[in-house]
Design a protein around this ligand. Structure first.
Ligand SMILES: Nc1ncnc2c1ncn2[C@@H]1O[C@H](COP(=O)(O)OP(=O)(O)OP(=O)(O)O)[C@@H](O)[C@H]1O
Length: 546
């Protein structure tokens, strides 16, 4: 009576020729009804309240589709087999053990997700079964699938550690083995019709495992997301800066530990200018060290690239061979290194310590990767980002230097966004950002007096929290050191091209002129006095000539 009420409520009923039979709104009862006179083709017990027994199905000889998902059924196929039963959904029940289904030979689709099966068995005679889903059970081994004509198999969320027992599933097209503990793709070699393979959230760690699916020519979709191999592939082929920096830091830390014990008591004062290549950071670094040589010393990096025209060893860089560079890494000399444009660059501990010994802050320029590396060390530099604001002007400036290939210029331009993103995404990562527009380049290379003002701003911003009292005085007294700079004319002279007498001075310099007054490591021209040094220009020019 209740069932016919339900049917009546749904308005879908008839005698003998029903195609749909839904029971949706019965009260909480134990279902045991005799409906043998009905000719049901589809029955939906989905989420039927407290349904624990399906013996009623024995009286539905023509049942084709049975959905008894989301119930509390623990018996597996405990009813007389309807001879045409094709699709069964028992997902979200309490079943634990499969039994022989040879009497249900018409089955084509069987969904048993979210039960507690630990073994696949009893399916051998289901010779029409094409879809089998056993997601989120407790299966630790694939077995009992023999030569079934399966086209779709889902074993997501089980306890599988290896792929086995699939070699005879010649018709398999879609295989979902995600969320298991599989470490190898071995066992998939013979699945020549496979078009989709989901191995998300497993433990595959080697990309070489893909050799096992190399010959599956129909394979279109493959997911290895959230496997260790994903992480290692990203790290190998497109490592995030943090990973590169961490590796770099570990390398140098280990080698330093082997050579000497690093002292972590007080970090040396340091100023780092960063920005894409050719943005002017190198010149600004030199200018800072020149103009304020009682505060800053130029930290000379090592590089394996050869010197450009006009560059001097030990002044712009220490130019060393790749072997020498490697040997320095292994003797723990570096605090950071990077690979850039096919060459190695690195800053040594000595460069920083030499400056510190003289009571100076080491001032260096470097690419962003170097900054990431330095941030891993116990040094606590101030970081200043110089970022080009107009790509066209920046490209024009790069072209004017005549140093770079098109590819190098494109790479440099594309890195502007990298710097900008880093600044956006990591507030406080840089202590200050200087936008480099036309004006900036004019100021920097034009030799206008206003550069002094810019440099002072940088000093004030960058030194405000160094631990060195000398630098804090700059801020805490609100003072700027005595004006050490020459007038505009002298400054213009200082940045003008090399002296005529300089060998090779008839060749157009490739680099912007090296500012005068730069000290060489061999003959430091530093004076502890903050007072102006009358001889700065002469000394600088002498250096240039020499
Ligand atoms: N130790 C280092 N760590 C990280 N980056 C470094 C280091 N030394 C130099 N660099 C950077 O490597 C990049 C390439 O330097 P290089 O001198 O070869 O080319 P460049 O075009 O003259 O660069 P720039 O004019 O910006 O100094 C520059 O951005 C430079 O600042």
């Amino acid at each position: 009576e209740m069932i016919s009420n339900s049917i009546f409520q749904l308005g879908r009923f008839g005698t003998g020729l029903q195609h749909s039979f839904y029971i949706l709104s019965l009260p909480h009862i134990y279902l045991h009804v005799n409906i043998c006179c009905l000719c049901c083709f589809f029955i939906n017990f989905h989420n039927f309240p407290q349904l624990i027994d399906l013996s009623c199905v024995s009286h539905m000889p023509y049942l084709v589709v049975l959905d008894a998902s989301y119930n509390e059924i623990s018996n597996f196929f405990e009813f007389q087999p309807p001879k045409n039963l094709k699709e069964v959904n028992f997902s979200h029940n309490r079943m634990t053990k499969m039994r022989d289904l040879s009497a249900y030979a018409s089955l084509t689709k069987l969904v048993l997700d979210y039960n507690s099966f630990s073994e696949i068995s009893g399916l051998e005679q289901c010779c029409r079964l094409t879809h089998l889903s056993l997601a989120h059970n407790k299966i630790s081994r694939i077995s009992g699938l023999g030569g079934l004509p399966l086209t779709h198999l889902c074993l997501r969320g089980n306890h599988l550690e290896k792929i086995e027992g699939l070699e005879h599933l010649k018709s398999l097209q879609v295989l979902d083995l995600s969320q298991n503990r599989i470490t190898s793709l071995s066992g998939l070699e013979n699945l020549h019709l496979l078009g989709s393979l989901n191995l998300e959230k497993n433990l595959v760690s080697e990309i070489q495992e893909c050799k096992h699916i190399h010959d599956l020519l129909l394979l279109r979709d493959l997911s290895l997301v959230e496997n260790p191999v994903q992480v290692s592939s990203v790290n190998m082929y497109d490592p995030p800066m943090d990973v590169v920096a961490a590796r770099d830091h570990i390398t140098h830390l280990v080698y330093q530990l082997i050579s000497t014990l690093p002292s972590a008591d007080s970090p040396y004062p340091m100023l780092v200018l960063t920005g894409p290549r050719g943005c002017g950071k190198r010149e600004l670094t030199h200018r800072l060290c020149q103009e304020f040589n009682e505060y800053f010393a130029y930290g000379i990096s090592h590089t394996t690239r050869g010197p450009y025209f006009g560059e001097e060893n030990g002044l712009d860089y220490h130019f060393v061979s790749e072997e020498a560079f490697q040997s320095m890494i292994h003797t723990g000399k570096f605090i950071q290194t990077i690979q850039y444009g096919g060459h190695s660059y690195g800053l040594t501990r000595d460069a920083v310590e030499d400056a510190a010994r003289e009571g100076l802050a080491c001032c260096v320029h470097m690419e962003l990767e170097g900054v990431f590396s330095l941030k891993k060390t116990y040094f606590e530099p101030r970081y200043i980002l110089l970022i080009p604001t107009q790509a066209e002007k920046y490209i024009g400036h790069l072209k004017a230097r005549g140093l770079y290939t098109h590819a190098q210029m494109d790479a440099a331009v594309s890195r502007i966004e990298l710097y900008a993103n880093t600044n956006r995404q990591h507030p406080g990562f840089f202590d200050n950002v200087i936008p480099c527009g036309t004006m900036f380049f004019l100021l920097l290379y034009g030799g206008f007096n206003i550069i002094q003002w810019l440099i002072r701003c940088i000093i004030i911003i960058s030194c405000c929290s160094t631990k060195c009292s000398k630098y804090s005085q700059l801020i805490f007294n609100g003072q700027i050191p005595n004006d050490p700079h020459p007038g505009a004319d002298q400054l213009a002279a200082a940045v003008s091209p090399c002296s005529d007498r300089r060998p090779g001075s008839n060749v157009k310099p490739i680099l912007p002129p090296i500012p005068t007054g730069r000290r060489t490591p061999a003959a430091p021209s530093l004076s502890p006095s903050p007072s102006p040094k009358p001889g700065v220009e002469e000394e600088g020019n002498a250096n240039m000539e020499g």
